[in-house]
Write a protein that binds this ligand. Structure first.
Ligand code: IVH
Length: 689
């Protein structure tokens, strides 16, 4: 964006003109079309640059500058509504110093007096709405527009269930302001529906990039039917006008009153007395940014005393009695250098963006996921594009979409590669599935993936065999499958640069030691489809030897408690493969444990062959921990109660269906103390049977 990025131009008048033109374009995209081209943070930066230039060069200031204007022009498709009280914007503070500077400016205006308390609220990321009630009936809903004249969206506002249509005990005239927003869960569901509908119609889905624009686009519809299908929500944050009833003294009193009339007030709103407390609260709210089902991009601090608010007044754009503390941006723009495909440990081919490194969401991001082929197509991002990158909280960075106005000429849509970038064999995508896979069992990436999983802590727990060593050994041709670990040529390894005698001895001992791992760990390590840790332990305890598992029919397998036909077929199918059987043969020859060895266990097999079901939260065991304790004693712990269940253990909040079933089948229902006794002795405490 030549005109957007900081210009080399030392001519302030030229830069001011450039910035005004760019900002006018972005205002139209954001407010006019609900489809901003750039992240809010980039917009804020341009606006701040213009504000600074106008402050340094007062001769360049102008009433029509974007720095003096609120929002965008109202759309002529809606009837204009002249606001009784102008709908203003808020001044921003981007750090604690700017927050402090706002407070100091205010004190100077008050000749040194300090406000006694502040209301601190979330800056909700939606769009502002003004609601007018006459005689308790909602008569008008209007958008902010340019602050003076907004758009009449009454028909759409009426479809939002959070907004009262009729109020009891209302004054003759009441005007309330607040934010219409879309919950994150509703936004996700909405975009998923867009994809499903587009796929069904054989069209390209039109995805919305964030809940804010979806909310704005949904409210500014000609047809209320469209709005009604969008699941919008509302929080009120201001009483703007009341006639025929006493005016509240404080803003916080006004919100409490509005709450009592039936308006939703955000639960994280509070009042505080010092700026010190305000700063601490800002930090606290920042920490909650990803815990809520809606987005907020800042914290609004307001002087609570309404008389003091009037005394402070406003400038052309925003009140002096409030400030929006903007949280660090989680979206920014950067160049998409290329799109590559990475192959995961089980062969999944995931497209990802290689980016010009950019600081966003608190870290420098150089790559970002593009999820799958459909997502790249839906977003239509192309190498060379300027793209919006988002990193929210601990979530992996993702590319939101391209900045179309910045697209280089002659670019073409990206095409998913036909072959695996690791082994060169064709990639495959199952009909109806989103994922593309490398299906070559011998693909080096998959070999590495299988070995890393096998050696992992929850499987064979082979210390000193980290990802780097696996990579090295696979590349050197020393291992092709997990059985090769037990035939490693340690002399060759000793010749490798990163190894010394001690490290080789450690590795050899760790591999040797892994031979004694229980059968359940070995089964889990083989990465059989549908077989996680719990199912692996169930297979071991149900069949006791690897040989019996290998020879089990799908019917035998389906009889394992908690297994169904899908798991049974997956296991049977895996063991039916001659290559798998040969692998097991090699592992057995190497001396790995191929049966359940109870005598080696540190615990007694008190529950051999019996099944104990656990439901609810126990104080002394995690969910998996309770299962493991049962399995370690030779028992089974399926997910549901049947007539062969020995007992149902209940913790806090147990599942009602399990308890009902146990009672119907006269299965003993025991508490945690009785469970501990059962584990130790294999017997149910007296009176529980
Ligand atoms: S008070 C005169 N409180 O922020 C002050 N605004 O940039 C009126 N917003 O148009 C606004 N959460 O859409 C206020 N708790 C909150 C808010 C909030 C979000 C939005 C609102 C407003 C914009 C100003």
């Amino acid at each position: 964006m030549a005109s957007d990025s900081a210009s080399d131009s030392t001519d302030p008048a030229r830069r001011v003109a450039e910035l005004r033109a760019a900002l006018a374009r972005h205002v139209e995209a954001y407010y006019g079309r609900d489809r901003p081209e750039i992240p809010d943070a980039d917009y804020d930066r341009l606006l701040r640059e213009l504000e600074d230039l106008e402050a340094a060069h007062p001769e360049l200031a102008s009433d029509s500058s974007p720095t003096q204007r609120i929002g965008g022009a109202p759309n002529a498709a809606f009837s204009p509504v002249t606001h009784t009280v102008p709908m203003m914007s808020l001044h921003n503070a981007f750090d604690v110093e700017e927050l402090q500077a706002w407070y100091e400016r205010m004190r100077r205006r008050l000749d040194g007096r300090a406000p006694e308390s502040f209301a601190v609220e979330l800056k909700l990321d939606g769009l502002a709405i003004s609601l007018r009630y006459e005689g308790g009936t909602l008569v008008q809903g209007a958008t902010r527009g340019d602050g003076r004249v907004g758009e009449d969206v009454t028909h759409n506002v009426r479809t939002i269930s959070d907004i009262p249509k009729q109020i009891d005990n209302a004054p003759p005239v009441l005007e309330v302001r607040g934010e219409v927003y879309m919950k994150l869960s509703s936004f996700k569901a909405f975009n998923e529906l867009q994809i499903a509908q587009a796929q069904a119609a054989g069209k390209k889905p039109k995805l919305y990039v964030n809940p804010r624009n979806t909310a704005a686009g949904s409210l500014r519809q000609i047809s209320a039917k469209v709005t009604a299908g969008r699941d919008l929500s509302f929080f009120c944050y201001q009483l703007s006008l009341v006639e025929g009833a006493p005016e509240p003294v404080n803003h916080s009193d006004a919100l409490t009153w509005l709450g009592s009339l039936g308006f939703p007030v955000n639960e994280h709103t509070c009042t505080l007395t010092t700026m010190h407390e305000v700063e601490a609260r800002v930090e606290e709210l920042d920490g909650m940014r990803h815990d809520l089902d809606y987005e907020f991009d800042g914290v609004v601090v307001k002087v609570d005393d309404l008389d003091l608010q009037s005394e402070l007044g406003a400038d052309a754009k925003a009140p002096r009695w409030a400030v929006a503390y903007k949280l660090p941006p989680e979206e920014c723009t950067t160049k998409l250098l290329d799109i590559s495909v990475s192959i995961g440990p089980s062969g999944q081919a995931t497209p990802f963006a290689q980016l010009e490194p950019v600081f966003v969401g608190g870290v420098t991001v150089g790559t970002a996921t593009l999820h799958n082929e459909d997502q790249v197509a839906a977003k239509d991002v192309r190498p060379g594009d300027t793209v919006i990158v988002r990193r929210a909280g601990d979530v992996i960075p993702e590319v939101v979409g391209p900045v179309l106005s910045e697209r280089p000429e002659g670019s073409a849509p990206w095409v998913f590669p036909k072959d695996c970038p690791v082994c060169g064999q064709p990639l495959a995508r199952d009909e109806g599935a989103a994922a593309t896979n490398c299906v070559n069992f011998g693909c080096p990436r998959q070999i590495r993936g299988r070995i890393e999983h096998f050696a992992g802590r929850t499987a064979m727990d082979i210390e000193f065999l980290g990802e780097k060593n696996v990579d090295l050994f696979v590349s050197a041709g020393l291992i092709e499958d997990v059985s090769d670990l037990y035939r490693l040529d340690f002399d060759r390894i000793l010749e490798m640069p990163r190894f010394q005698k001690k490290s080789v001895d450690n590795l050899r001992a760790a591999i040797e030691h892994s031979k004694t791992r229980p059968l359940g760990n070995l089964i889990f390590g083989l990465r059989i489809p549908e077989v996680g840790q719990v199912n692996a332990a169930l297979l071991a305890s149900s069949f006791q030897t690897m040989e019996r598992i290998m020879d089990a029919s799908a019917q035998d397998l389906a009889a394992v408690e908690g297994f169904g036909p899908v798991i049974a077929e997956a296991v049977q199918g895996w063991f039916a493969n001659p290559q798998a059987r040969e692998l097991i043969g090699r592992l057995a020859d190497a001396g790995l444990t191929m049966e359940v060895v109870l005598s080696d266990s540190t615990v007694e097999p008190t529950l051999a062959g019996v099944s104990v079901v656990v439901s609810g939260t126990l104080a002394g065991f995690s969910r998996d921990g309770a299962k493991e304790a049962i399995l370690a004693r030779g028992g089974k712990s399926p997910g549901s109660v049947s007539k062969s269940t020995l007992a149902l253990v209940v913790g806090a909040d147990p599942g009602a269906s399990k308890v009902n079933k146990a009672e119907a089948l006269a299965i003993p229902v025991i508490d945690e103390d009785a469970f501990v006794e059962l584990l130790e002795t294999g017997a149910l405490p007296e009176g529980s049977a």
